[in-house]
Write a protein that binds this ligand. Structure first.
Ligand code: SF4
Length: 701
């Protein structure tokens, strides 16, 4: 048995601590880390089976130029040369990076610095855009900075937990265990979700809301609070800016009956929710992709935050709005400015922020304006405006909305680089250069979880073949592009220290994101860094990182929802399975995880199925204005009538069916640029082939 290494899980934003022990050349024993504050030793099925996924099957082990193996030097020379040439001929905005919440903070920092400070463009966006950018935009509108005002400890102190658009039992299982423990001790659980999920099944109250009507629901709750004297006037006058027209706007159509109609909910259930909220000041409202992945995601986030600010349920134990992130390091990416719309260390593109970051980096060419967000970025690739693209640790040919169009864009892009741990992905098919990246268990750095806790991720295995950490790859390219002095890094601790220094640089209390206390750490201290939560009890004093120190209520209103279209009478929703992660490049390696759901299924209400001639376990084609794909039918009374649900995980590598990315429209929230995956107009029809195994049958249609 090797040494026990304290690290963190590779998967979700819960950020569980793991103790990994090497038991062979490519074998690791996994246990929960009892000392880690995020999970206290607990792990879910995905984390528990991480050891089954560290083999070398399918790994990219050498740099590749086209189909040929190349030396690192040759491959990096080519990447640097093509990016330099493209910038010289077409300007800095003709190149782009598309990165990932799977990267470590140090990887993210270096990529962001190269693009925004040295190439001089902000065309670096991340797959986190698809996951929680509406929460970022909502936080910035309400608090002036992207700060999550909650911790997991708040769940232990809450008397009422409201989960909005979150199948927490499947998607954040260890947090859900904590919620269940609190409910066993007497707290109430309300789940707001169009689907009756495993989480909703165990709730005291499930509101099967009409998709897209969340603003109506939260404004109705706010109106109920106002009518019943629950507005915290003292807190409002001291700590919150209230626009003059706020109460008129949010109060419009917010009586119980109108809200019940808008949300398609029984008025009695709605009243019960309002009464539960009124009776329990210690309320945590936790939300995730069901809120964020909407064409009005930012407004939905602000509608939730409005209720908490107006009732003073924030900055106190057990009382907060709480955005829970999907990916393990989406939050670390937010901290270094990994989104095209943010700069670094929680700064934006205001002129003084740009100047401050430029001074700190001694940057020759600072990006002065936001870059292209994910959907626009790939559109620009398809239109020939982006001529050199580097995709790191993600698979946009599967995960982006309208993924067929993304493939067409990648096919016409003059130069595509993919750095990944996997040799053959749907995206890497289009790469001119593939660079082998270090995987979980082989790399060192930090991650930040949903509650702002920064933890170390540590290597337990040797780097296989010629694989290298992402920060090393980006550093070498930056050096070869001519910026050796600005990118001198030999180890991730040096990058973390620079990141921490930037967070404190000329930050006279203006930003909450400040790692001042971490600035002085040496390499040895970085090695031993204990998980810490930055910002402490932010907002406990009722002060916010805005110019006047006050939070802001945002007057959001419900928009009219589109009626079903004759050709597309259904509404398609997408999401995760319990035991799979993203495009299954890792979880697909574990036979135990595959057992839970081994094929892509479309969930259909039995009433709709009967009308449409669909039977349980038959095959059906789901089509939308964007594309179509085949799924196995599963009948579920947990679906609302007229609505379908499909998983996001299956790719060309695993199946000819279940290609969910082909279906959603490339439409986005106007504030955040986050795509609205949750309500695509769709149709479903039986596929006339006999069942002889899904893969074979699907391939015949
Ligand atoms: Fe990993 Fe998330 Fe499961 Fe924790 S809850 S073990 S972080 S997948």
């Amino acid at each position: 048995m090797g040494e026990q290494v304290r690290t963190t899980c590779a998967y979700c934003g819960v950020g569980c601590g793991i103790v990994a022990t090497r038991t062979g050349e490519r074998a690791v024993e996994i246990k929960g880390d009892a000392q880690h504050p995020a999970n206290h030793g607990r792990l879910c099925s995905k984390g528990t089976h991480l050891g089954e996924t560290v083999g070398l099957e399918g790994r990219l082990l050498h740099p590749m130029i086209g189909k040929r193996q190349a030396s690192w030097d040759k491959a990096l020379d080519l990447v640097a040369k093509r990016f330099r040439q493209t910038i010289a001929e077409h300007g800095p905005d003709s190149v782009a990076f598309y990165v990932s919440g799977q990267l470590l903070t140090e990887d993210y920092y270096v990529a962001n610095k190269l693009m925004k400070g040295f190439i001089g463009s902000a065309n670096i966006d991340t797959n986190s855009r698809l996951c929680m950018s509406s929460a970022v935009a909502g936080h910035m509108r309400a608090f002036g900075e992207d700060v999550v005002p909650a911790s997991y400890d708040d769940l232990d102190a809450a008397d009422l937990i409201v989960l909005v658009g979150s199948n927490t039992a499947w998607c954040h299982p260890v947090v859900y265990q904590r919620i269940r423990a609190r409910c066993d001790a007497g707290a109430k659980l309300v789940v707001i979700d169009p689907r009756r999920t495993e989480t909703a099944d165990e709730a005291d109250l499930h509101l099967a809301i009409k998709p897209g009507s969340d603003v109506a629901l939260m404004n109705g709750l706010l109106a109920h609070c106002r009518t019943n004297g629950l507005i915290d006037e003292t807190y409002l006058s001291r700590s919150v800016s209230v626009p003059d027209d706020f109460w008129d706007k949010v109060g419009e159509g917010s009586d119980l009956w109108s809200v019940a109609k808008a949300c398609d909910l029984p008025p009695a259930d709605l009243r019960r929710f309002f009464e539960l909220f009124a009776a329990n000041p210690r309320t945590v409202t936790m939300f995730s992709q069901g809120v964020n992945q909407s064409l009005r995601g930012t407004d939905q986030v602000n509608a939730i935050i409005n209720v908490h600010l107006a009732t003073g349920r924030i900055g106190k134990p057990g009382a907060a709005p709480f955005s829970i992130t999907g990916q393990p390091n989406a939050m670390g990416g937010r901290e270094v400015g990994g989104l095209a719309s943010t700069l670094a260390a929680h700064m934006g593109f205001a002129a003084d922020d740009v100047a401050r970051v430029g001074r700190f980096w001694a940057a020759p060419t600072m990006a002065a304006k936001p870059g292209l967000k994910a959907v626009d970025l790939f559109r620009a690739v398809g239109e020939g405006r982006i001529k050199a693209l580097w995709v790191m640790a993600t698979n946009p040919a599967v995960s982006m909305p309208d993924a067929g169009r993304v493939r067409e864009a990648l096919a016409v892009c003059p130069f595509v680089v993919v750095s990944d741990v996997i040799a053959e992905t749907d995206t890497s098919k289009f790469a001119h250069v593939r660079l082998p990246a270090a995987a979980w268990g082989e790399k060192d750095g930090t991650v930040t979880n949903s509650e702002r806790r920064i933890s170390r991720q540590r290597a337990v295995l040797d780097l296989p073949g010629e694989a290298k950490p992402d920060w090393w790859i980006v550093t070498k390219v930056a050096q070869k592009m001519g910026w050796r002095t600005a990118f001198p890094y030999d180890r991730p601790a040096e990058i973390f220290r620079e990141h921490a220094r930037l967070s404190a640089y000329q930050n006279h209390g203006a930003r909450l994101f400040d790692l001042r206390e971490q600035v002085v750490i040496g390499n040895e201290a970085y090695e031993n860094i204990e998980p810490f939560r930055w910002g402490g009890d932010a907002f406990a004093e009722g002060r916010f990182p805005t110019a006047d120190g006050k939070a802001r209520l945002v007057a959001v209103q419900q928009i009219a929802l589109q009626d079903p279209l004759p050709k597309w009478p259904m509404t398609l929703n997408t999401g995760r399975y319990r035991d799979h992660w993203h495009t299954m490049t890792r979880t697909g390696l574990s036979p135990k995880l595959a057992r839970h759901r081994d094929e892509p299924m479309v969930e259909v209400h039995p009433g709709d199925a009967a009308e449409l001639g669909l039977t349980d376990r038959s095959l059906a084609r789901v089509s939308t204005p964007q594309g179509e794909s085949v799924f196995r039918v599963i009948l579920s009374t947990g679906q609302r009538r007229g609505e379908l649900f499909v998983p996001i995980h299956w790719t060309d590598q695993q199946s000819t069916g279940g290609r969910t990315g082909l279906l959603p429209r490339p439409l986005v929230d106007p504030h955040s640029g986050q795509p609205g995956f949750k309500s695509t107009p769709a149709a479903i029809a039986p596929v006339a082939v006999e069942w002889r195994g899904f893969l074979l049958a699907a391939s015949e249609v």
